[in-house]
Design a protein around this ligand. Structure first.
Ligand code: NAD
Length: 476
């Protein structure tokens, strides 16, 4: 898809890293140490399916081990190759540093079109791939912990966790070998929605700062903003759902593999998702305008553009026609380094991937901690919290009655206040706090340094400084 004059995905990530590193005063050699990918393991394995042996190629890259375990999703797509996996692993290093998740960066991938195989076949392929990685400690609770990415979900994570448990029968922390598992297999409430929820929290935090909103030539709050989203998968669906349901945004365009649909009045996300699940595409969705050339809709007029499918979709071929003043990189690397430069020149504000889609790894971190502590968050304190709230409400009611004050609590207050936080509330609260904290850190650099032109460079600066500090603490 990329023109021949565009750098590869990994080169794009390196170019963005270099721009930021040039503004820092790192000791000689450390810049190179942080940038390079430590190792990439390539495995080719055969699985007997449909009467013949099929050979698959898989990868697991470890970008940086300044903290362990290293962490990063496993992607199933035909685009998977060493360049892509290494780019994604590097992004994981910077992302974890930015959101203060104590992991190094890693990523895995299998070059496969998952839609070609049925569930039973996919399970056999996944277990075999996992076996190859587990026996080399490339899946291990203390060394390398995968998660879902494009083309994989909690189903694949459950198979991987089970495969690890079968091979490491005495490892009491076996469940922490992978995150993004289903709840009944050691997962955590709120992981499936986490990346989309993180996009929502990122945008909310952005709109809390009128000065930042003005830089994107927008004003007011999130409510009523017109959004075009590409990819209605895990990340895109949840982001679109939450932004339309909770924040009154209008999803005016949805781009999928088979084209795009438009409705200036706002598309009903839940119904579009049901249509997509049923038919495999967006074509034929009733009441919306269908555009066969989906990619062209990236350049339609809107307030916020959210690419949530894959890398490189905004590139030198279409960047001059992009009209959105604000782009949120829900996918990893959706804007090439060349397009990034053009957009910066145009004054487009980009909320960069290493911040915008960090919700997934943040909640994965919570899941990993839950697995290691072998207890659900909130289990110890929930009822105790409720008891204390009861005491307070009863005391207020007693005071009001004793003194004839006639106080009444607002409708719904008592019910909301008395309920102690369960795991989902705690996870959302931790995610919101993380996204706000990371935005503040980026923003301080963005607004505080005259030589920092955008949020992406600011995000890289924060991340590189933190990774450098870890390396220095390790004596490097
Ligand atoms: P997914 O497989 O659940 O969804 C991807 C969606 O994009 C699908 O609906 C697919 O049909 C659509 N799509 C694929 N190619 C397309 C194209 N050319 N045009 C339009 N639509 C297309 O994947 P996901 O987990 O939602 O991941 C999407 C992006 O978000 C990836 O870049 C991934 O690395 C990134 N990401 C995912 C997570 C996570 O927790 N899943 C976390 C961080 C970042």
């Amino acid at each position: 898809m990329l023109a021949s004059n565009e750098p590869s995905f990994r080169q794009s990530v390196d170019i963005m890293f270099n721009r930021a590193a040039a503004l820092l005063d790192l000791p000689p050699g450390l810049e190179e140490k942080i940038r390079v990918c430590n190792s990439t393991y390539v495995v080719r394995f055969g699985v007997r399916l449909r009467g013949q042996i099929h050979t698959f190629t898989g990868y697991r890259s470890v970008h940086s081990e300044h903290m362990e375990p290293v962490k990063g999703g496993i992607r199933y797509a035909l685009s998977v190759d060493q360049d892509e996996v290494e780019a994604l692993a590097a992004l994981m290093t910077y992302k974890c540093a930015l959101v203060e998740v104590p992991f190094g960066g890693s990523k895995g991938g299998l070059c496969i079109d998952p839609r070609v195989w049925n569930e039973e076949e996919l399970e056999r392929i996944t277990r075999r791939f996992a076996y190859e990685l587990i026996k080399r400690d490339l899946i291990n609770p203390s060394q390398n912990v995968p998660a879902p990415d494009m083309g994989t979900s909690e189903r694949e994570m459950a198979w991987i966790a089970d495969q690890y448990r079968r091979m490491a029968t005495t490892d009491i922390n076996a469940r922490a070998c992978v995150t993004g598992k289903p709840l009944n297999a050691g997962g955590i409430a709120g992981r499936v929605e986490a990346t989309g929820r993180g996009i929502q929290f990122a945008l909310r935090e952005f709109f809390r700062h009128p000065e930042d909103v003005a830089r994107a030539h927008l004003d007011g709050s999130l409510a009523g903003k017109r959004i075009i989203i590409q990819g209605l998968g895990n990340v895109g669906y949840h982001a679109a759902k939450f932004l339309s349901e909770d924040d009154d945004c209008r999803i005016v365009g949805i781009i999928e593999r088979d084209g795009a649909i438009l409705d200036p009045g706002g598309l009903p996300v839940e119904r579009v998702k049901a249509h997509l699940n049923e038919t495999g595409g967006v074509r034929g969705f009733p009441g919306a305008e269908y555009v066969a050339d989906g990619m062209s809709v990236l350049t339609e007029d809107c307030d916020i553009l959210i690419p949530a499918a894959m890398e490189g979709v905004i590139n030198l071929a279409n960047v001059h026609r992009i009209r959105a003043p604000l782009i949120v990189e829900a996918a990893n690397g959706p804007i090439t380094a060349g397009a990034d430069e053009v957009l910066r020149g145009k004054g487009t504000v980009i909320i960069p991937d290493l911040f915008a889609n960090a919700g997934g790894v943040t909640v994965s971190y919570f899941e990993w901690v839950k697995n290691l502590s072998h207890i659900r968050f909130g289990r110890l304190q929930r009822r105790q919290e409720e008891t204390r709230h009861h005491l307070l409400v009863e005391e207020l009611e007693r005071l009001s009655a004793d003194r004839g004050l006639g106080w009444t609590l607002s409708p719904g207050f008592k019910e909301k206040y008395l309920r102690g936080a369960g795991e989902l509330e705690l996870v959302r609260s931790g995610l919101d706090d993380t996204m706000r904290g990371a935005y503040q850190a980026m923003r301080e650099v963005w607004l505080g340094r005259k030589d920092v032109p955008d949020l992406r460079i600011a995000a890289y600066i924060v991340a590189i400084q933190r990774v450098a500090a870890s390396y220095r603490a390790l004596g490097l």
